[in-house]
Design a protein around this ligand. Structure first.
Ligand code: 8YV
Length: 327
C-alpha cells in the first residue's frame, strides 16, 4: 500500500473526525487545542504534505515562503479562506480547499437569531431576569421593534445569504439584496427578492441589514463609515460573516450615539479582540464567532476536509478547491 500522506491538523477537531483522519492518513493532531504560533505553523508546513488549518491560523505569504517541498494541499476546516493567501499558495503549487455548504443552515439560523435578539432585546431581557431585576410586568417596559413587515437587506446573496432570506420571509420580512450580480430568476422569484445594484441605495432604505458576503480585498470595510451613515436611525445591523466587512469602530460610535438602533454581531474586525466601546453598549448582541458551532456542522466540515484530502491524494481534483478568481 502507498505510504499514507502526512497531515498536520492545527486545532482539536471532533473525535469522530480525528479518528477517521488517523485511520486514513499519517495524522498529527493538536489534542491540547492550543492555537499554533507562527513558528509552530512554519514548523508544521516544513514537514507536512497536507495542512488542515482553521480560521485562527494566519497562513500568509511569509509563512508560505517557509513551506517545505512536500506541502501540496491546504485543506481548510472552514468555508471562509481569508486566513489563507490562496494566490501565493497556488503560485507555489499548493492547492487550497475549504468546506462550503455544510454550515449554511446553522449560520443562517444564527443570523436569524441575532436579528430577533437585537430587535426584541432578548439578551437585555434575559440579563434582567438572571440578575434578579424582574419586579413585574409593565406596558411600556422592554419594548423592542416588530420584525414582520420590515425590509431586510442582505449584503452578499450566496448560499448563506439565500438561507437567511428564506428564514426571514417566514418571519414576514421582505427581501432585498446587494450582490456582485443578481441571483437567478427562479431564486429571485422564490424569495420575492429585490436586487439593488447600488449598495448605497439599498442601505438607505432597509430596516435590517445582514452581512453575508465573504471577506476579500473587495469587501474589506464594505460597510464603511460613509455607508453606515446612510442607514436609517431605526436600522439594525447583523454580521455572521467576517468582522472586516464592517468598519467596527464607526459602527460602535454610531451605536453609542443612537444613530443606528442596534446590532447583532458574531464576528469582529480583530478577533478575538472586540472594540471596547461595543462591550459597554446595551443595544448590541455580541456572540463569540459561533455561527456554525453545532456538533453536526463541525462533523460535516471534518468529513469535507477528509474527502478533499482523499480525493486530492488519489490524484483527482478535490471537490472544494478554492480558485482565487472566484473569491
Ligand atoms: C468556522 C467560519 O467556525 O467557516 C467559516 O468560514 O467562519 C466559521 O463558521 C471557522 O471558519 C472554522 O475555521
Amino acid at each position: 500500500m502507498a505510504q499514507k500522506p502526512k497531515v498536520v491538523v492545527t486545532r482539536k477537531l471532533p473525535d469522530p473526525v480525528e479518528t477517521r483522519m488517523c485511520e486514513l492518513f499519517d495524522t498529527r493532531l493538536n489534542l491540547a487545542d492550543k492555537p499554533m504560533s507562527a513558528d509552530e505553523l512554519v514548523e508544521a508546513i516544513s514537514e507536512a504534505e497536507v495542512l488542515v488549518p482553521t480560521v485562527t491560523d494566519r497562513i500568509d505569504s511569509r509563512i508560505l515562503s517557509r513551506a517545505g517541498p512536500n506541502l501540496r494541499l491546504i485543506a481548510n476546516f472552514g468555508a471562509g479562506v481569508d486566513n489563507i493567501d490562496v494566490a501565493t499558495a497556488n503560485a507555489r503549487g499548493i492547492t487550497v480547499t475549504n468546506t462550503p455548504g455544510v454550515l449554511t443552515e446553522d449560520t443562517a439560523d444564527m443570523t436569524m437569531a441575532l436579528i430577533l435578539a437585537a430587535a426584541r432585546r432578548l439578551v437585555e431581557g434575559a440579563n434582567v431576569v438572571q440578575s434578579g431585576g424582574f419586579s413585574g410586568w409593565s406596558p411600556t417596559w422592554m419594548l423592542g421593534r416588530r420584525i414582520a413587515g420590515k425590509r431586510l437587506g442582505v449584503v452578499g446573496m450566496g448560499r448563506i445569504g439565500q438561507a437567511v432570506a428564506r428564514r426571514a420571509r417566514a418571519f414576514g420580512l421582505s427581501i432585498h439584496y446587494h450582490n456582485r450580480k443578481p441571483v437567478s430568476a427562479r431564486i429571485a422569484e422564490d424569495l420575492e427578492a429585490t436586487y439593488w445594484e447600488s449598495l448605497d441605495q439599498m442601505l438607505a432604505r432597509m430596516d435590517v441589514i445582514s452581512v453575508n458576503c465573504p471577506h476579500t480585498p473587495a469587501t474589506f470595510h464594505l460597510l464603511s463609515a460613509r455607508r453606515l451613515k446612510l442607514l436609517q436611525p431605526h436600522a439594525i445591523v447583523v454580521n455572521t460573516s467576517r468582522g472586516e466587512v464592517i468598519d467596527e469602530a464607526s459602527l460602535a460610535n454610531m451605536l453609542a450615539r443612537g444613530e443606528i438602533a442596534g446590532a447583532g454581531l458574531d464576528v469582529y474586525e480583530n478577533e478575538p479582540a472586540i472594540n471596547p466601546k461595543l462591550l459597554k453598549l446595551p443595544n448590541v448582541v455580541l456572540l463569540p464567532h459561533m455561527g456554525s458551532a453545532t456538533v453536526e456542522s463541525r462533523i460535516d466540515m471534518g468529513e469535507k476536509v477528509i474527502i478533499n484530502i482523499k480525493t486530492f491524494m488519489d490524484g483527482h481534483r478535490p471537490p472544494d478547491r478554492v480558485i482565487p478568481s472566484m473569491l
